[in-house]
Design a protein around this ligand. Structure first.
Ligand code: NAP
Length: 442
């Protein structure tokens, strides 16, 4: 192969950076073009990880080292879709790996979901983190009570941001627009709704502990939700993970903690399935079915007891997971919201699609922490290495995009944001519009 192997990595989030690093390590001659739709790299680390979790964001230092390799070219502000398409990338590169994440929100599929005041948590998260494509959302935080559906870490992030408010987040890199809206928030109570029991909640202990110990927040946990019957205890003994036991311990401690005079409240409401968003023009509440649990196997199922409740609230956030969005010409599993694959090789109706690979959430679904993407990307890169003998041997020229933002361009945006932040006593002041980013480079 003259000129060495050329690989396009589409998506400069965690999976894209881990895949790039693994490729550089595996092959001293490989050249990687790391392509992102936005001028800014880092994907979910920049636009998903909460602004008060800066330690998690420090992984970007390792990503920047990867990008600084003279075998890596960053092409920001290049949207892969119709033009250029994945098919075109396959002509211009020996191999293409899609690390495009799962940017869309899962729906609840219940009546009233589209009412004013009902939001996908993923939109709220992208908005407060300053994602340029999510700055047009309008979040009216004039209600006193918000319901968050879901008991995963995204639900925890949303609840924490609402409960901390502007004062608790002013020094972070939370988007300025969101800080201004949070400064006028009337939200004083967040009800977190889960369809199964607290032992089955998806949040992790560190995130739960942080939520349970927020300043000036009273936490309400019904002790009945922590009393395990014989079946629940047997399930815990057989299937309970370390995280699940620790969660229970934290919740048990919390059920007895007193916070007299706290100005905000967090209510944990497990065993409730959303049935209908109540309201005419805008959200007035959430009707839920009260559930029991059917045990048997690793995953107890919620079972409707027939009892109904309406949780009054003027705001609703649906934090029930992410899903991928299809790319033109690329196989897509509609039911799972991912690109179907085997060991990282994309698989379509006719079998493996030659030279096309996938890594990260769009491969395995939206699960795991940032670091989980390393092993995932390694598996994909192992498949790419194993396929080397089958690749075309002609030279591939890569994409040629004059309007793209290179790594030096990103570094200028980065320096600008950090400087603007320092001027205001903040970690960084994110630039919220793509045009404004490009203006900085002109
Ligand atoms: P998740 O962990 O899968 O949690 C989704 C939650 O939604 C679960 O409680 C699930 O309940 C519930 N749910 C799903 N469908 C539902 C329905 N139809 N009705 C009611 N509830 C429903 O997803 P996530 O919170 O979006 O997080 C995605 C990944 O990112 C996770 O791996 C998470 O740990 C990670 N993350 C990590 C951090 C961090 O480390 N700080 C922060 C944010 C996200 P069931 O269990 O009953 O399905």
């Amino acid at each position: 192969m003259s000129g060495g192997r050329r690989v396009a990595v589409v998506g400069a989030g965690p999976a894209g950076f881990f895949a790039t690093a693994a490729l550089l390590k595996a092959d001293p001659d490989v050249r990687v073009d790391l392509i992102d739709a936005l001028p800014t790299p880092y994907g979910l680390v920049r636009y998903g990880v909460a602004p008060d979790h800066q330690k998690i964001k420090s992984v970007t230092r390792a990503y920047a080292r990867t990008a600084s390799s003279d075998r890596v070219r960053y092409l920001g502000n290049v949207w892969i879709g119709d033009d250029p398409s994945v098919a075109e990338l396959l002509e211009r590169y020996h191999q293409v790996v899609l690390c495009v994440g799962t940017p869309a929100a899962r729906d609840l599929g219940i009546p009233g979901e589209g009412l004013e005041g009902s939001h996908a948590a993923t939109h709220f998260v992208a908005w407060y983190n300053g994602h340029p494509a999510h700055q047009d959302h309008f979040f009216d935080l004039s209600a006193r009570r918000a319901v968050v559906v879901g008991m995963g870490n995204v639900a925890v992030d949303v609840a924490r941001v609402l409960l901390k408010g502007a004062d608790g987040l002013a020094e972070t890199d939370l988007a300025r627009s969101a800080l201004d809206v949070l400064a006028h928030s009337a939200v004083r109570e967040v009800v977190m709704v889960g369809r199964r029991g607290l032992p089955q909640a998806a949040f992790t202990p560190a995130e739960l502990q942080e939520l349970l110990t927020l300043d000036d927040v009273e936490v309400v946990v019904d002790p009945a939700d922590l009393a395990l019957g014989p079946e629940a205890q047997a399930w815990l003994d057989t299937y309970g993970t370390k995280a699940c036991r620790r969660n229970l311990q934290l919740l048990q401690e919390q059920a007895h903690a007193q916070r007299p005079g706290a100005s905000r409240r967090l209510v944990l409401a497990p065993h409730r399935s959303p049935l209908r968003v109540v309201g005419d023009a805008r959200v007035e509440g959430l009707e839920v079915a009260v559930n029991g649990l059917a045990f048997g196997g690793e995953r107890p199922r919620p079972v409707d007891t027939g009892r109904r409740e309406v949780l009054e609230a003027g705001l609703l956030f649906r934090a029930v997971g992410y899903r991928g969005t299809p790319l033109p010409g690329v196989p897509f599993d509609e039911a799972r919201g991912v690109i179907p694959s085997e060991n990282g090789r994309v698989v379509g109706p006719d079998g493996v699609v030659p030279r096309l690979y996938v890594a990260g959430w769009v491969k395995r679904g939206p699960q795991g922490v940032i670091g989980t993407n390393r092993a995932d990307a390694n598996e994909t890169v192992d498949a790419m290495e194993a396929d080397r003998a089958t690749l075309p041997t002609d030279e591939r020229l890569g994409l040629d995009r004059a309007a793209s933002v290179d790594w030096a361009g990103w570094e200028r945006i980065d320096a600008h944001e950090v400087e603007e932040g320092a001027n205001r006593g903040r970690i960084r002041e994110k630039v919220l519009q793509v045009d404004a980013m490009l203006d900085l480079l002109s």
